[in-house]
Design a protein around this ligand. Sequence first.
Ligand SMILES: [Zn+2]
Ligand SMILES: [Zn+2]
Length: 84
Amino acid sequence: MLELRPNCECCGCDLPPQSAEARICSFECTFCRECAEGVLAGACPNCGGELVRRPVRPAAKLARFPASTRRVLKAEGCPPRDAA
Ligand SMILES: [Zn+2]
Ligand SMILES: [Zn+2]
């Protein structure tokens, strides 16, 4: 089951489970759309895999299968946009 992590690993912005802006790789590294399509150019900086839109879990299911609350943030951040 998807972890549905609560934030972007690059910029730390919030990505609630109903967000259509969340992007994930096959390992569930999680990013916002802005980072995924911008600085990351569609590839996960951790594993090199492709980033796709994270499916939204229906609200009715979230009560039984809640989203993760463990925030994952890249300590070194992602490369700045102007370096890409
Ligand atoms: Zn971001
Ligand atoms: Zn990854």
